[in-house]
Design a protein. Structure first.
Length: 424
């Protein structure tokens, strides 16, 4: 019977066989997502402590400058360059120069997103079935990107002990003959830890010795919570091992809708030169960046100087409010001890950058159950840690760019719920 027949089970088989195995994902929504959709549909008030779209968080943008830059008459001329327009790449180069990193324009390839940059790197480095190491916990999008490129992801853990760090023993054990690279998110999402200089040195040593590449995702690099003069180190000018560093204006300028990102190649000259030659062919095959955004990129990057202080100020304000409410709830300092955590105290884990906070719950609490009950009973939405591949059920993740009023009100509702339901 052909697929055009009317036998239901045969039709189902035909539909299943029609599609590639790499897209055979379980697309069933989880229970919390179903509950959130029902809550929104009901019209009930919602205090969303997970909002991550900066354009919906009340920040002020230079609309006039951004929109005028998109109207550049030069965009009416088609002048394709596989690596992107030189003027746009020069703007990215100046961005790194302001960070005191030397990144020549010819080492930059423009992409529409960091997702596209990942795809380019996976296609460059990996044959089907090859492996890339990825941190855990981290952002769940990696699985889909790897599946689409027939790449296998292997986790290496980040451990927490007065701050987050890479478990290098576990990382080394995860390496096999098919390992082609190591992903480092700097700072990590959602844990907020930057890669320390000694960790960068170890990664360089491991990758150089084994012929592996480093893949550094630095979209949150500018959002350090340390002293203003203490600037975290970028991988963009790394010279010890072949390195691919990606970022873009989605986070740097709070403009995810403009679809402008980049990929920087660095490392030993011979490897870097060969990588760039191959990347140019990959990029030329797509030519995905549109002209108006490329011409506008210098102006858009300049707007970060007014945008970033707003966002960092919001993060600091919400972080202080979180610590204040936690301390008031249990009458403890903002950094409770391990011993007090065992007695049932929530613990806010250290974060050095980015715009998320991670809370550890008492051992007898489930983040899934807590998130569901808070949504249903108090209209507060937060993310259980397993959304970010935390190995235990004891973690929740909050967005620190949530409008300050909503953030404080959501915390108050959560604490009120906890006060009346101490064992939930």
């Amino acid at each position: 019977m052909r697929c055009g027949g009317f036998v239901p089970h045969i039709m189902l088989d035909c539909l299943i066989n029609m599609f590639a195995d790499r897209t055979n994902w379980d697309l069933t929504p989880n229970a919390l997502s179903v509950a959130l959709a029902a809550h929104r549909a009901s019209g009930k008030p919602l205090l969303d402590l997970t909002v991550s779209n900066p354009t919906e968080c009340g920040f002020v943008y230079d609309d006039e400058a951004i929109l005028a830059a998109l109207a550049n008459p030069a965009a009416m001329r088609y002048d394709p360059d596989p690596r992107g327009l030189l003027s746009a790449r020069e703007a990215v180069s100046r961005y790194y120069a302001e960070r005191r990193d030397s990144v020549p324009p010819d080492r930059i390839v423009l992409t529409t997103s960091t997702s596209e940059a990942y795809s380019h790197v996976f296609r460059l480095l990996c044959n089907a079935g090859d492996e890339v190491l990825v941190p855990q916990p981290s952002y769940p999008l990696f699985d889909f990107l790897a599946d689409l490129q027939d790449v296998r992801l292997v986790r290496y853990p980040l451990t927490y002990d007065h701050g987050w760090q890479i478990d290098f023993h576990a990382l080394r054990q995860a390496i096999t003959p098919r390992t082609r690279g190591v992903i480092v998110v700097n700072p990590n999402n959602p844990t907020g830890n930057f890669c320390k200089p000694q960790e960068m040195a170890q990664l360089n040593e491991i990758c150089a010795a084994r012929g592996m590449a480093m893949i550094a995702d630095e979209v949150f690099l500018d959002y350090s919570l340390g002293e203003p003069r203490s600037q975290p180190q970028s991988f963009a000018a790394n010279s010890k091992a072949l390195t691919f560093t990606m970022s873009g204006i989605s986070k740097i300028c709070g403009l995810p809708q403009m679809k402008a990102a980049w990929l920087v190649s660095s490392g030993p000259e011979a490897l870097r030169t060969e990588a760039l030659a191959r990347l140019e062919v990959i990029a030329d095959t797509h030519l995905s960046m549109n002209a108006p955004v490329q011409h506008a990129l210098p102006i858009m990057l300049h707007t970060r100087h007014a945008f970033q202080p707003q966002l960092i100020g919001r993060v600091r304000q919400n972080l202080a409010e979180l610590d204040r409410q936690l301390a008031a709830y249990k009458n403890l300092p903002s950094e409770p001890s391990e011993e007090s955590s065992a007695r049932g105290i929530w613990r806010r884990l250290q974060c050095a950058g980015g715009w998320y906070a991670v809370l550890q719950l008492p051992a007898n609490q489930s983040s899934d159950e807590l998130a569901m009950r808070l949504l249903e009973e108090r209209g507060v939405y937060l993310h259980p840690g397993h959304f970010y591949e935390f190995a235990e059920e004891r973690f929740v993740v909050l967005s620190l760019i949530t409008p300050a009023g909503d953030f404080a009100e959501g915390l108050r509702a959560w604490i009120d719920y906890a006060t009346h339901n101490p064992h939930s």
